[in-house]
Design a protein around this ligand. Structure first.
Ligand code: MG
Length: 261
């Protein structure tokens, strides 16, 4: 029996030995699935303990579409006007890393910030979708850290370099399919200390609206991720720090800041 899309579950991608698999996480146990959550898949009779695998980024996006200045207080703290339409930029696929991976502090920058964000994982090809139908194109939701070289963002005037370094797009630990995207708490912790606390009910442009907007600019492909913007409280990270993005019920995305050497 194969199962169609929009099941209620936590999808994970993981490495076990030399194999990479998709699975469904339930408590501390992963059940392997054959196929992909983006097409048809079938749960199989193979189980692993979460502690025995290496979780990977839960999918491989062709692109990450990120929204700038989508929380009022963050726009204010940035000294930027609130955009009338969503301000979008791209993070390259090569910036993706998974849970527990290292964020490399680039030699070019001396100010690297965390930005905890609610991430949307596209489930099927989306082009010119309306806000009303936008959620039909979503597989689920994830935690994302829009790591940003703040000094370079100011210097360049556009954001490709500041947002595009390798390792600057950690996301995970899973894709949660059962969640209200209009009311999700987003928290960022640095070395265990709460630094950002927001909720998607404060978004200037809602999840439905940003999916629709982005799909009127570019085709969204299965596995593409939309980073919906960060709440206020952004700040710097240093080599040796541990950064966590927590969104319940998705879980915690944890990463470590390391020097390029
Ligand atoms: Mg951001």
């Amino acid at each position: 029996m194969s199962v169609k899309l929009r099941p209620v579950m936590k999808f994970v991608r993981f490495a076990i030995g030399r194999k990479t698999r998709y699975g469904v996480l339930s408590g501390q146990t992963i059940q392997v699935i054959d196929g992909s959550p983006f097409r048809r898949f079938m749960p199989v009779d193979e189980y692993h303990k979460l502690s025995e695998v290496k979780l990977l980024a839960p999918c491989l996006p062709s692109k990450i579409v990120a929204i700038g200045l989508n929380y009022r207080k963050h726009a204010e703290e940035s000294g930027m006007p609130i955009p009338d339409v969503p301000l979008i930029f791209l993070k390259p696929s090569t910036s993706v890393i998974g849970p527990e991976d290292n964020i490399i502090y680039p030699a070019m920058s001396s100010r690297v910030d965390y930005e905890g964000e609610f991430g949307v994982v596209i489930g099927k090809k989306a082009r010119y979708v309306t806000p009303q139908e936008a959620l039909d194109y979503v597989l689920g939701y994830t935690c994302l850290n829009d790591v940003s070289a703040r000094d370079l963002q100011g210097l360049d005037g556009q954001w490709t370099r500041a947002k595009g370094f390798d390792t600057f797009a950690p996301f995970g630990p899973c894709i949660e399919t059962e969640l209200d995207p209009g009311n999700a708490p987003v928290e960022t912790y640095l070395n265990g200390e709460l630094k950002q606390q927001g909720n998607t009910n404060d978004l200037i442009h809602s999840v439905r609206d940003v999916i629709s907007f982005a799909s009127h600019v570019m085709t969204l492909l299965p596995g593409d991720v939309i980073a919906t913007g960060t709440p206020s409280g952004v700040g710097p990270m240093s080599v040796g720090d541990t950064v966590e993005i927590r969104i319940e019920p998705i879980g915690t995305l944890r990463n470590y800041i390391v020097s390029p050497a």
